[in-house]
Every structure is written in C-alpha cells, then in structure tokens.
Design a protein around this ligand. Structure first.
Ligand code: NDP
Length: 453
C-alpha cells in the first residue's frame, strides 16, 4: 500500500498520511457504485431530496471541523475555509430540492402519447483539483446525487482530507453505502480508471487545460459524457468613468483570493490609459493592506501557496529583471509564501501576461477605448471569468457581450454563485456547472411513445 503525506503549506509539517488507492481498488469502488446505482435511482424523489438535505445539515454541523482541516491541509485562511465548507452545505441544500422537479414532457403525436423522462446518466466520476477541494467537490457531487447518479470522487493527491471527511458525513447523514465514495489516489491511477472504466458514464473534471484535454480524448473512446472546468487568464477592465476607488480596492480580491490559486483570478488588470496613474496610486495601498500570514489566525486574508514546487513555478514568472511595480508582504520562515506582486508595464508577449500563473501575481496594462479593451481581454486562449468597471450601463453591456468568457461581473469583483451557471468559453472548458439546470446535465432524456390505437 502506498501513502501520501499531506503537508501543511503554512508550516511544512506533516498533517496526516493518506492511503492511496490502487487501480484495482478504484475499479472495486466503481463496481460498487454501479451496483448501488440500481437502488439509489429507485429512491422516491422526495426521499432522495430529504437525504440530501440531511447531508447538508450534517455538513453544517461540522463546518468548523471541515474549515480547520482545510486550513491545515491546504493552507486556506480559516475565514475562507469556513465559507467554503458553508458552500458545500448550501450547494447540497439547493440541489436537495431538485429530485422532485426532474420532470419530463408530454409531446403531442398522433395515435398515442409521447412522453420524455430524465434518467440518471449512471456512475459519475468526479476529478477534483487542489485549489478549492470542498466547493468544487460539491458542485459535481450534489447535482449528480440529486439526479439519481452514484458518485466516485477523486480528490487531488495533495488535498484529500476534507473530501474524505465529507464522504464520512454522507454516511452519517444516512446516504446508503457506495452512493457517494471518495477514493484518494493519484490522477494517473484513480483518475485514469474513472476515465477508462466503462461503468463510469460521466466525468466531471476540474483542473488544468492540459490534463483536461487528455481526459477528453480518453472519454471520446467510450463516448463518455464530460464536463470540463479548466484554466483561465481573465481580465479586470477598468474604464475611466468607473468608481476608481472601488475598482482598485477590490482588485486584490479579484485576483489574490486563495493566493491567486483561483481559476477565476482576474490576473490581467486592463486600465483606460487616461486614469492609469491614478489607478496605480489607489492600487498600491490596497496591495500593501492584504493581510498575508498564518491561515489559522482569524482575519488573515491570504495564506501560503500549496507547495514548494508551485511556489517555484509562480516565482519563475517574476525573474530578477521583472517590472515589479509594487509588492505586498509575506512571512519569513517555514511555509510556501509568496507576496502579492503587481507587474507593470509588461510586454504583450511576456509569459506573466499570456499564461495562467495560478499565484499572487497580477499585471496592469493600459488600453485606449472600448474596442481595444475587448480585443485585449479576448487575446487569450482562455475565457472563464472577467470584471468590467464603468458607470455607463450601455458600455457595460456592450463590453460584457463582447468579451468571450463564461462569467462576468460589472462593478463587482464577485464571480461565482452556486445558483447561477458557471463554466468557460474556449480552452477554459466545456459545459456548465451550478445553477438551476445543473441536474439535467446528469441525466439522459428517454423518449417513450405509447400507442393508444
Ligand atoms: P491538474 O490538471 O494537474 O489536476 C486536476 C486533477 O486531475 C487532480 O485531481 C489530478 O490528480 C487529476 N489528474 C491528473 N492527471 C490525471 C490523469 N491523467 N487522469 C485523470 N486525472 C488526472 O490541475 P491542478 O490540480 O494543478 O489544478 C490547477 C488547474 O485547475 C488550473 O489550471 C486551474 O485554472 C484549474 N481550475 C479550473 C477551475 C474551473 O472551474 N474552471 C477551478 C479550479 C481550478 P492528482 O493531483 O492527484 O495527480
């Protein structure tokens, strides 16, 4: 048996050893999920909803414990981790109402009656990244279970602890055995078995575009259903007529949430040239004011990066001759720390401007006029998130329609709400999670004609 030692990124101390499932153990879990599917799909919709609601309540009763686990195992500030655990509860509660609303249609035909029913797609494999272990798990888990699917979830190797605990809470809430299983292990072993095993009928993958492309190719061999939530390089577009104070004050949250390890990070700030200097004056204190430090301490806004290797990768985008405009602070001593860093001016072909950094590094670039802002925002293979700052409603809508991205905010840095759809354009992904239609994505429509003559 191989084990993985989870490391606290803030202290570099071991937290816990976790047994890694082998390919055979992953197969066994998938086969148990396939067996459990028959009874789970047959649970009356109201009862399935009640069980999911109990699951939500069970999570609610363990928010503090889950948050502490995430802080220790992933380095998330405890305030953020508490919010993330709360999101698992809220997503479960939201989708607990769905089983009774999974209605089909009656379609007029001659000589009979035509009805459609929504059948659960089958066993669902969830492959979860390390950056938001709890919310991303819940985004796939809750609607899949509501649809009557059984779920095998593979957390990221580095951050399995909260998913494992949520798996236990599901059983404590009364979900039948094998309806929701968490199988820790390597992506190349457990993740690969989820992609390759024919009993898994849908994969929900969140992670890098590169691995997502491999998974899509693997799913193609079995025409397996697939949702991909991939990388991003989103723009935060600030027009001269905006509330500059607010745009600058919230720009750090738009990019440095979770130390920038956020697919929605708006890591390119585009500012109308006429207000660039004023914006930079306002941004500097906002960056200096970010409270970076012990994630277990109340009030900490930014913790460490996930690993030493990831910190090295982030640092490679800021070589010694990088145009650092200003920086925030970061603790000395153990921990994978990296200070919030603002680069300006950057060349349009600089890797820091073109590639997803997934760390606390942001570029600021001027633009002239609406058309150039849209063109610059779209000059990336990604299209996940984005923000627009302007007091002109017409412009806000024109620019929002022009930017090729799945999720936009106007005069706000907020990006994800579980009751609205979430997903990407271009290399940022395929399909949508969350929102009222997410359960449908875990069903197949069956069309039945009943002759009356
Ligand atoms: P990876 O793609 O490396 O890993 C994501 C998950 O896939 C992990 O659980 C990993 O397992 C697993 N995996 C790796 N290789 C395989 C394989 N061959 N077959 C099946 N599964 C595999 O991404 P990161 O974990 O590094 O996450 C960062 C990326 O995720 C960023 O690009 C980010 O933008 C993106 N992301 C996108 C989001 C969105 O909603 N659009 C949200 C969050 C992140 P293991 O780690 O155990 O090897």
């Amino acid at each position: 048996m191989t084990t993985y030692t989870v490391i606290n990124p803030a202290t570099e101390q071991p937290v816990r050893d976790v047994a890694q499932a082998s390919a055979a153990e992953a197969d066994a879990a998938i086969e148990r999920a396939a067996k459990a599917l028959e009874s789970w799909r047959a649970v009356a919709p109201g009862d399935r909803g009640r069980l999911l609601h109990r699951f939500a309540e069970q999570v609610d009763a363990h928010i503090t414990e889950l948050a502490a686990l995430e802080t220790a195992g992933s380095g998330h500030p405890v305030g953020a981790a508490t919010w993330e655990a709360g999101q698992v509860r809220d997503v479960l509660a939201y989708y607990s109402a769905a089983p009774e609303r999974l209605t089909g249609r009656q379609i007029p035909v001659s000589g009979g009656l035509n009805v459609t029913v929504k059948e659960p797609v089958g066993v669902v494999g969830l492959i979860v990244p390390w950056n938001f272990p709890m919310p991303i798990l819940s985004w796939g888990m809750a609607p899949a279970l509501a649809a009557g699917c059984t779920v095998v979830a593979k957390p990221a190797e580095m951050t399995p602890l909260t998913a494992m605990r949520i798996g236990e809470l599901a059983l404590e809430a009364g979900l039948p055995e094998d309806v929701f299983q968490v199988v820790p292990g390597k992506g190349s072993v457990v993740g690969q078995r989820l992609v390759d095993h024919p009993a898994v009928r849908k994969i929900v993958f969140t992670g890098s575009t590169e691995v997502g492309q491999q998974i899509m190719a693997g799913c193609a061999r079995q025409v397996k259903r697939l949702t991909l939530e991939l990388g991003g390089k989103s723009a935060n577009i600030v027009f001269a007529d905006s509330d500059l104070q607010k745009a600058a004050a919230t720009a750090p949250s738009a990019v440095f949430d979770n130390a920038g390890q956020d697919c929605c990070a708006r890591s390119r700030i585009l500012v109308e040239a006429s207000v660039l200097d004023r914006f930079m004056e306002l941004l500097e204190p906002a960056i200096a004011g970010i409270r970076v430090g012990d994630p277990a301490a109340e009030g900490t806004e930014m913790g460490p990066l996930i690993s030493a290797a990831h910190r090295d990768r982030v640092a490679s985008y800021v070589p010694d001759d990088a145009p650092v405009a200003f920086r925030g602070s970061a603790p000395d001593g153990p921990g994978y720390w990296y200070p919030p860093t603002v680069l300006a001016p950057v060349a349009a072909d600089a890797p820091a401007y073109t590639e997803e950094i997934f760390g606390p590094v942001v570029t600021v670039t001027p633009f002239t006029g609406e058309a150039e802002a849209i063109a610059m925002a779209n000059d990336t293979p990604y299209g996940l998130s984005g923000s627009i700052w302007t007091q002109n409603v017409g412009r806000a809508i024109r620019v929002a329609r022009g930017v090729e991205t799945g999720n936009l905010s106007v005069n706000s840095h907020s990006s994800v709400r579980y009751w609205t759809p979430f997903g990407g354009f271009k290399l940022s992904g395929l399909g949508r999670e969350l929102g009222p239609d997410a359960v449908d994505a875990f069903t197949e429509i069956k069309n039945i004609f009943i002759a009356t003559e």
